[in-house]
Design a protein around this ligand. Structure first.
Ligand SMILES: NC(=O)c1ccc[n+]([C@@H]2O[C@H](COP(=O)([O-])OP(=O)(O)OC[C@H]3O[C@@H](n4cnc5c(N)ncnc54)[C@H](OP(=O)(O)O)[C@@H]3O)[C@@H](O)[C@H]2O)c1
Length: 336
């Protein structure tokens, strides 16, 4: 296949290069794209150097089969037509098209077949926090319909991109050296802090990130579930974590839930509190699965269950999920 990565220099773009190599994705030609900032930069893929091309409105995508785009919503909107007009499938990591009726929103463990119906040849990769949650909700939904979800997220600095990761490291250095602290990528200093805001606020007092969790969960799961989220930035560097409370139609026991999660694709159960075993971002960073622990009955709700999850949002929450979508399309012979 001929593959393009748009936004190759970014946190997600760099992960695409690692994942495509690790999974031995069948690539004949690879083309990297970026803005004027990274055009000309060289990256190595499977021992060969590739130079980033400037993304422009031309015929560069004519021979491309799959374009993985992770260059922000504005770039995706501006270049979608250029990328898809000759039949390339655009698998987009931004939020630009996620809630469009004619764009499927896909997490392969939940709704892979939705990717087959794509009138605009665009498939949207969901919000990272949502992807990791629905991978765990899927096996629980099969036990009993989930009516309500409450979730509090603990999102790492890298969720805001490569420069944000560097800013957090720089903040710690500046604090140690008694220097003024750089605050540019986050609304406040993140070092030694937690920030109860991710993305901008909407009219109802929730942030856009929180509303993505409400809307995208329903679209991916084809469900009327209501999801009330509180999304918080913490000072871990990589991997998001989430506390999730669900209310199901019939009560699910802890043992039933643990068994279903342990058997589900994309999930690893790590739940042995007596031995201090539960997932943490330091350990889940760089891994593919979503890790789940602290599975308990919700003391405030007879039909409630609560658990903790942690997973690498640059992998399963972004690049890995997109590559899995392409792998699915390839496996069913659904690429041009
Ligand atoms: N980080 C995460 O955990 C995560 C998870 C899920 C989804 N996403 C989404 O993925 C996208 C990228 O996120 P990121 O974290 O990788 O951000 P990032 O590290 O800031 O990287 C942004 C990338 O976009 C490229 N870009 C920006 N404007 C461009 C333009 N006009 N033309 C071509 N390329 C352009 C940049 O290239 P230059 O260096 O050349 O400017 C860079 O490669 C965003 O939409 C984000 O919401 C991120």
């Amino acid at each position: 296949m001929n593959v393009a990565i748009v936004g190759a220099s970014g946190a997600v773009g760099q992960e695409f290069l690692r994942i495509l190599a690790e999974r031995d994705f069948p690539i004949d030609n690879l083309v990297l794209f970026g803005s004027t900032r990274s055009a000309g930069t060289k990256y190595t893929f499977k021992g060969k150097e590739y130079e980033v091309k400037l993304l422009q409105h031309n015929d560069d995508f004519k021979d491309i089969d799959v374009a993985f785009t992770s260059a922000g919503g504005g770039t995706s909107k501006e270049f979608a037509e250029t990328i898809t007009k000759y039949g390339a499938v655009m698998i987009d990591n931004s939020s630009a098209f996620r809630m469009c009726d004619d764009v499927p929103l896909v997490v392969p463990e939940c709704n892979a077949e939705d990717a087959l119906n794509r009138p605009r040849n665009i498939i949207a990769n969901p919000n990272c926090t949502t992807i990791m949650m629905v991978v765990v909700l899927k096996p629980l939904e099969q036990l009993s319909h989930i009516k309500r979800i409450h979730i509090a997220s603990y999102q790492s600095a890298s969720g805001a991109g490569a420069a944000a990761m560097e800013e957090l490291k720089q903040e710690y250095k500046e604090l140690v050296n008694n220097e003024p602290v750089t605050v540019s990528k986050f609304p406040h200093q993140l070092a030694y802090n937690v920030i109860p805001q991710i993305d901008v606020f909407t009219d109802n007092g929730y942030t856009k990130e929180e509303m993505k969790m409400f809307n995208e969960t329903r679209k991916i799961m084809h469900s009327d579930v209501r999801c009330s989220a509180m999304c918080v930035r913490v000072s871990s560097l990589r991997s998001h974590s989430e506390s999730v409370w669900i209310e199901t139609e019939r009560p699910i026991s802890v043992e039933e839930a643990q068994k279903a999660i342990a058997a589900a694709p994309g999930c690893t159960l790590k739940d042995d509190p007596a031995n201090l075993v539960y997932p943490m971002p330091l350990e889940t960073a760089g891994k593919d699965d979503v890790f789940v622990g602290r599975v308990r009955k919700d003391l405030a709700d007879d039909c409630g269950l609560t658990f903790w999850l942690s997973g690498d949002q640059i992998r399963k929450g972004a690049a890995l999920n997109a590559v899995q979508i392409a792998e699915y399309l390839h496996s069913v012979g659904n690429l041009k």
